[in-house]
Write a protein that binds this ligand. Structure first.
Ligand code: PMP
Length: 770
């Protein structure tokens, strides 16, 4: 039997005595007061005040009814608080009773409980009620997640929006639709076809598919429950919402709440309970259009066939036409944008004023932006950043997004934890402890203690406190163009940013590893530290800490041979200081195949600081040291930082480590980095403006030989070519390539090709021939 048969077959006919006998035999409810309820295809009746008898259409397939019973049992079990009818078993304990109507046709009867309230259809709908209807649709959909029944697929219900093309074709054939007179309706399959097809890839499951105002009950301005699971079928959950939204929008009007206010309310309610992804919202408007069209055309077809039941069949015609006209008046993109705005999934639009407004309230020159034409980025995706004006840019710069932008593992871990608990670190939390244990496991023997912070700066500050307490010293030795942070003291330890003539007391400099590797012996490095310590001593200070970015990035990306790093450690110890490997920038697998650049050199620092990529943008940093060093600080102080090591920070930190491990990104960084540098060296051979190419793994520095202005031109040219890089080094003439580690060889090739193009187009004056 098909659905058409159910619609053709008259509803069961049972006289009052037959009903009474049936109720007595099945449920012991004989003698109750029975009142008929409206139904197009079944016999429904109120029994007393608490029960409804449902005798299904003789043409209805048994498995459809069993499906409905199973769905109701599932929802009752997964969301016991959701008010909906419950199946009342027969006195023999069965959900269904086989019976016959007065004409002798076999049909199935059951009894369900009554849901309090009155149906919303026909009442004046408020914004508050519309919001509750949206929430109810979401809740019902969530309660059905995980439900399965073989009869739920392929039910071929006429009003399933996916059938729009067939319904329109049928209406054109039968003549109830004339394409010349109603081009909008006739053209809908074309207009919404992509959205209908997109549903196949959207979150789907068995849905109620009929949370409409006839099936939602309310009392005293509050939604009380949902009824009628007779249309359940497998579809996209956004298609389920489209049914609800369509029903609500039909109630908008000049004398009622406006259409967009109602739409906003439904979406607000839905999003609060079970947020839709942007891809789902993108098709919602089209699905509502499809639903309106299907409803309109089925009504017309049936009105032509069943002239006796016209009022019922055509009850939505006017409202359908009105809502359809209003939605279809928008362009497809306009409708989509409108839905995104209502659902809160809209991306920010390009805002011409933003730079001026930002400068006005955010310190102007104190907090400059990147690039000649500052970018408004609205979205990230792996190695890509997307701007508000829709450009997809290759990210060759951001190491915070070490695992790629918007990595789902990180996003889910963070949002899950944020929805559960986020508090400070003075409570026991397994995620935090696990992150500390995992970090210790990556460190050389002896580095057994993790102190969490919220930034690289804070980590270096804490390291400084540890070093001064542990050594009794008060001076710092740093590389000549180092950067270590933004607090007062860290700014003094960041000569890269010193203003002219700034010479902080208690700070001495050593040369970063420039020049050929074989000249950069341990003795040379130790000698440089010794000289710096002697300078400190001459001004009355004793070295407490020697610290260096292990990749010497702000020096222009300098490749320190193992001997050089070992010499720095030895020099520090010789001077009675501790050695700090600042891995805030280069750490986390960038230089691969290990997580830490210092580890590649085989040295053991006294302290390691971490930050930037550690939480993929969620603020978290760390100091890792030996317990004995931490114990010295503990004799006189406690350490606590409110936002350091929150459960969410730990979730982010663990997720980043998970992705690095699962996707073997540190190993990949070695191969892709080598490929990148080979390409860059190729450019160096062909372009006079390109000098030495340095780096390890996915950290590369390229000397641009034609001066600072030219370097800026190159950077701006890269942006025009859709590639985001940076400049570093003394004088800002080293092109810095430090991309997310999800780069593949093809991204490196894209970068090299863009740079090649830019260099070909940029005039280079005054470059010495090589
Ligand atoms: N150390 C190094 C080597 C860095 O690169 C940075 C940031 N650029 C910092 C410390 C400071 O980190 P944050 O900005 O998180 O304070």
């Amino acid at each position: 039997m098909t659905l058409d048969d159910v619609l053709q077959e008259p509803a069961p006919q049972l006289a009052a005595e037959t009903v009474d006998r049936l109720l007595a035999r099945g449920w012991g409810l004989g003698g109750a007061r029975v009142r008929a309820l409206p139904s197009e295809r079944d016999l429904n009746a109120l029994v007393g005040d608490e029960h409804v008898l449902k005798v299904s259409n003789p043409a209805e397939a048994r498995d459809s009814i069993e499906l409905e019973v199973a769905v109701m049992a599932h929802v009752a079990a997964t969301d016991p608080g959701l008010v909906m009818p419950r199946t009342v078993p027969t006195t023999a304990g069965a959900p269904l009773l086989e019976t016959a109507d007065d004409t002798g046709r076999a049909c199935l009867a059951r009894v369900v409980t009554v849901v309090p309230g009155e149906i919303l259809e026909g009442t004046s709908l408020t914004v508050a009620l519309a919001e509750q209807v949206g929430a109810l649709a979401a809740r019902t959909s969530v309660a059905l997640q995980g439900f399965f029944h073989p009869a739920a697929g392929g039910r071929g219900l006429d009003w399933d929006v996916r059938r729009l093309p067939d319904v329109v074709a049928g209406a054109l054939d039968s003549g109830v639709l004339d394409a010349a007179r109603e081009p909008v309706l006739a053209g809908l399959p074309e207009r919404v076809g992509d959205s209908l097809r997109a549903c196949a890839a959207l979150p789907s499951g068995v849905q109620h598919a009929d949370v409409t105002l006839t099936n939602v009950l309310a009392r005293d301005g509050r939604v009380t429950g949902v009824i009628d699971f007779g249309d359940v079928h497998h579809t996209a959950r956004v298609a389920d919402l489209a049914v609800t939204l369509t029903a609500v929008l039909r109630n908008s009007g000049p004398q009622a709440v406006g259409l967009w206010d109602l739409a906003a309310a439904v979406l607000r309610g839905y999003q609060r309970r079970s947020p839709l992804a942007p891809e789902e919202v993108a098709v919602l408007g089209d699905l509502v259009l499809a639903r309106l069209a299907v409803s309109t055309l089925i009504s017309r077809t049936r009105a032509a066939e069943h002239t006796d039941n016209l009022t019922y069949i055509t009850q939505y015609d006017d409202a359908n036409a009105r809502v359809l006209a209003e939605l279809a008046a928008l362009t497809p993109a306009g409708l989509r944008d409108r839905m995104h705005r209502l659902a809160g999934t809209a991306e920010p639009h390009l805002d011409g004023d933003l730079g001026t407004r930002r400068a006005a309230v955010m310190g102007g020159p104190l907090s400059p932006l990147f690039y000649r034409q500052p970018l408004q980025v609205v979205r990230g995706d792996g190695p890509w950043l997307v701007t508000a004006d829709g450009r997809r840019m290759l990210d060759a710069y951001n190491n915070v997004a070490v695992v790629g932008h918007a990595h789902p593992t990180v996003t889910h871990a963070v949002t899950r934890q944020l929805g559960r608990l986020n508090t400070h670190s003075r409570y026991l939390h397994p995620g935090v402890v696990r992150l500390a244990e995992r970090l210790v496991a990556t460190m050389p023997h002896g580095l057994d203690t993790v102190l969490f912070t919220t930034s690289g700066t804070e980590a270096n500050e804490l390291a400084w406190r540890l070093a001064t307490e542990a050594t009794g010293g008060d001076g710092a030795v740093i590389a000549r163009h180092a950067y270590h942070g933004s607090t007062r003291w860290m700014a003094d330890l960041s000569p890269n940013e010193w203003p002219e003539g700034h010479r902080p007391d208690g700070v001495a400099l050593f040369e970063a590893p420039y020049g050929p590797a074989d000249a950069l012996t341990a003795d040379v490095a130790a000698g440089r530290v010794r000289d710096a310590a002697a300078q400190l001593a001459a001004s009355g200070h004793r070295a407490a800490l020697v610290l260096a970015d292990s990749g010497f990035t702000s020096e222009g990306v300098r490749d320190a041979p193992a001997s050089y790093l070992q010499g720095l450690v030895d020099g520090a110890h010789e001077a009675g200081a501790l050695y700090l490997a600042d891995e805030v920038q280069v750490g986390y697998g960038r230089t691969g195949p290990l997580l830490w650049r210092f580890a590649l050199a085989g040295v053991t620092p006294d302290i390691v600081t971490l930050g930037k990529p550690m939480g993929a943008g969620y603020p978290v940093g760390a100091v890792i040291t030996r317990r004995e060093i931490a114990d010295v600080l503990a004799r006189r102080y406690e350490y606590f930082s409110t936002f350091a090591a929150t459960p969410v920070a730990a979730a982010a930190g663990n997720a980043v480590l998970d992705v690095l491990e699962d996707e073997r990104l540190p190993e990949r960084a070695v191969a892709v980095g080598e490929h990148l540098r080979a390409g860059l060296r190729g450019l160096s051979a062909r372009h006079d403006a390109v000098g030495e190419v340095r780096g390890t793994g996915l950290l590369a520095g390229v000397d641009l030989l034609a001066g600072r202005d030219h370097a800026r031109d190159v950077l701006a040219g890269l942006v025009e070519h859709g590639v985001l890089a940076g400049l570093t080094g003394p004088g800002g003439v080293v092109l810095k390539v430090r991309p997310p580690l999800v780069w593949e060889a093809e991204h490196a090739d894209l970068f090299v090709a863009a740079l090649d193009d830019v260099l070909g187009g940029v005039r280079v004056d005054g470059v010495a021939p090589r």
